[in-house]
Design a binder for this molecule. Structure first.
Ligand code: MG
Ligand code: ZN
Length: 380
């Protein structure tokens, strides 16, 4: 045991991934991809947190054996392990997509050395793209946070909110109002600060999402809950309208520049942690309904790449013998995440890049390639 710990430490000092002995990206070298016949103008990355193959299958069974996901033209599998653990958490999992680097569990937008790595959202903002984030967790939760914040630990919610307030994202919808306007570590009111900096801000206390009209001459933020949003089964119903609004808003605002939107079905994971098949299924169907609207947009637009995947599987979920389409006999191996490979679905120009089996970090590399901004140096 001691020797294993020493070996891990040595590999860490050498900048190698203790899971594979390879560099922090999990890759031997910069991957190269063939030139695309058509390049996308916009990219929409949809993450079903904890959405393994069984979560997808259960949602499909309970949705009359059909999902919008099936409209995707290309499918692949990614290897989800993190820098320090064969079983990733959502922080390292999203950082792999956002920064192209495998990092330690709990890390948000930082490498194994805890130093910040530029995220795809930051990179594209700098390149003139408009950007958006929509989640059914708090907007400071690990998955969305990994696209704009750089903190050593995912629990630094107030620090993450501070990072959001200055990251210049054009549109965001998610929970977590209290981390902005009733902070424990300082007296700042980030909602007010953001309004002073050109944001139109609203929240569920002030107005229903549907009654707010985002003004594309401003940036837009809407906080859907004080802390975690409700479950879909309790009446949470904003994922689909907030995503559709994001598409119209970002398309109008981006004009010739293109946009990047990340949409997270956050609570599929929470159903897995709870070993609750009904929770998984209702969240999966909510996410898939949103996928349908996104694919409608991409189909009509013709210039949008849609990539749909998960960070990891949660629960070791199985559909056991005796299951019927009326009733799934669910089994679970754990209340935590598991290490199984994760499906990737892609639609639109560039979608062919996403077939095959590859490291989770390659999602980042492939998106950059599709946008004509290939990576020159791994992890940069
Ligand atoms: Mg998440
Ligand atoms: Zn989880």
């Amino acid at each position: 045991m001691k020797n294993i710990a020493l070996l891990s430490l040595l590999l860490l000092l050498l900048g190698c991934n203790p899971q594979t002995g390879k560099g922090p990206t999990g890759l031997d070298e910069i991957p190269t991809y063939s030139a695309l016949p058509n390049m996308p103008k916009n990219v929409i990355l949809m993450i079903g947190d904890g959405m393994g193959l069984t979560q997808i299958t259960a949602g499909m069974i309970k949705n009359d054996n059909k999902l919008n996901l099936e409209r995707c033209q290309f499918t692949g599998l990614h290897k989800s392990y993190s820098y320090d653990n064969l079983i990733t958490d959502s922080a390292a999992g999203a950082t792999a997509f956002a920064c192209g680097i495998k990092t330690y569990n709990q890390a948000i937008g930082v490498g194994p050395d805890t130093l910040p790595r530029k995220t795809i959202l930051e990179l594209l903002t700098r390149a003139g793209y408009k950007t958006g984030l929509v989640a059914t967790s708090t907007i400071v939760h690990a998955t969305p946070a990994s696209f704009y914040a750089h903190v050593a630990n995912r629990k630094q919610y107030e620090d993450i909110a501070t990072a959001l307030s200055t990251c210049n994202v054009d549109y965001f919808v998610g929970g977590g109002l209290k981390y902005f306007n009733r902070r424990e570590n300082d007296e700042r009111d980030l909602v007010k600060e953001m309004m002073d900096n050109g944001y139109q801000m609203s929240n569920y206390f002030e107005a229903d999402f549907d009654s707010v009209e985002p003004d594309p001459t401003k940036k837009f933020g809407y906080l859907t809950a004080d802390n975690d949003p409700l479950m879909a089964s309790q009446g949470r119903n904003y994922l689909q309208p907030a995503t559709e609004e994001a598409l119209q808003f970002l398309k109008a605002k981006s004009a010739d520049d293109g946009f990047f939107l990340m949409v997270e079905g956050s609570q599929i994971d929470w159903g897995g942690h709870g070993n609750d098949a009904n929770y998984i299924v209702t969240e999966m169907i909510d996410f898939d309904n949103t996928i349908g609207k996104v694919l409608d947009f991409a189909q009509a637009d013709g210039e949008t790449l849609v990539v749909i995947t998960a960070d990891h599987e949660t629960g070791g979920f199985a559909i056991n013998p005796g299951s019927t389409k009326e009733e799934i006999i669910a089994a679970f191996t754990t209340k935590n995440h598991t290490g199984t490979m994760i499906p990737v679905f892609a639609y639109g120009p560039g979608a062919s890049l996403f077939s095959g089996i590859y490291e989770n970090t390659e999602i980042y590399y492939k998106i950059r390639h599709a946008l004509g901004m290939p990576v020159m140096e791994p992890g940069r």
